[in-house]
Ligand binder design. Sequence first.
Ligand code: ME8
Length: 508
Amino acid sequence: MKPTFYVTTPIYYVNDVPHIGHAYTTVAADVLARYKRLMGFDVYFLTGSDEHGQKVEKAAITAGETPLELADRVVKRFQALWERLGISNNDFIRTTQERHKKGVSRIFSDILDRGDIYLGEYEDWYCTPCETFWTETQLIDGRCPDCNRPVEKLKEESYFFRMSKYQEQLLAHIEANPDFIQPKSKRNEIISFVKEGLRDLSVSRTTFSWGIPVPGNDRHIIYVWFDALTNYITALGYPDESGNFGRYWPVDIQLIGKDILRFHAVYWPTFLMAAGLPLPKKVFAHGWWTVEGQKMSKSLQNVVEPNMLIDRYGVDVVRYFLLREVPFGLDGDFSHSALVNRLNSDLANDIGNLLSRSTAMAVKYFDGILPDPDVLAEIDLALKNKTEEMVTAVDKFIDELAFSKALQAIWDVISAGNKYIDDTAPWTLTKDPAQKNRLATVMYCMLESQRIVHCILSPFLPTTAGKALASLGWHEEITKDALTWGGLKAGRTIVKAEALFPRFEEKE
Ligand code: ME8
């Protein structure tokens, strides 16, 4: 049986349209999913939409729609974007689906029955846009510490989750599992937060109606985060153990932005503990994108629309840029000039030129039929070794979610390939008939190195990989074995590659 691998993204709110922030997490998860499939894992990749709560209810009122009409309309934009971006998710969960509502009611009832959810009364400062209650001391100048908007004092009957009870158990778990929360800096933040003490958490609301009612008391709506977080198991058919839930839970990696780490590293694991379920193996909080140095926001009208980027630069360019430009875990800044730089130098120049010049030579010198290599000389072995070492390094970097390092390691081999051609100078070898075997070896090595490069790049650049590999005469399925030197056999037809990535010339 194949080992399983379950990866999730946040489920995105439908009161906003998709932008590069959402695309970032989703592309990263897609690369992981594709890479693990390639390595022989049985992968389940989940994304979806968060459709309940007061924010969505308010947005619907403003738009003159019902919340469900709004959700139906906006969710299509997410789904269409994921399709354009080549996202290979196995499932898309919407929190308005029956399967989800059933699962949420079930886990809520379970925790209620176990006594870790109880009915009480609540009074505190509430920030509606953030759907968060704050204590007096948490407010900054009387406003929401997260978004700086005004808060209102709310008193309501509420169900509470006994989160305080799980403080020590959670700390012990975080300490015993150094990989549970990553990156490390974020793990430390969570440890300090938990050490300050966990309060019981209000998990129901009576102030609005758009959500899942509390089982047995439908005056109360289940708190939107309790509802949303549960998607990671309801999508697997929880509580039914016989299908995907039994097979894929606990999740291997939950990718999120740093904005929602506390929900995923404190609330979610304690809910699971209370329900007696295993905890996620890893939560990774990546950094935040700004745009040309500014926070992305509707009011600043600087929201970067991924469809526009795809139209202008191409899907693989966008995927590449997002994961190459900024080390995963750190904040990054989006600018068109940075993207164009990456496109023109890394993609058009380095990898694109390498493929077109080498396939052109194979066509010119060997009529496009891949020759058998002779015994490898030192310079050939160096390229072979570098390619093989890269495969090992990429595996390690992907395991650490160090996508930009993985790409850097691949690009080192691309640079080595370009240098290899300059050093071996096939255009000189071809003039001397006595060098025919030497020329054959050089052709083979430069093409085989690139075959492996494009195979291992396929999770990052799925569209490009297909084109590049076809011109290298490789039409097989890409599996782990494809990453071994020697896969390309003599006799294959090499076709001169068109420019993989046309240069982008900035118009004045
Ligand atoms: O928080 N930079 O949904 P959401 C990087 N529904 N990533 C960004 C980003 C940016 N500027 N902007 C958004 C929610 N993201 C909840 C989640 S999960 C059970 C419920 C990404 O639509 C990043 O992954 O506000 C962030 O965590 C997520 O979008 C927030 O999406």
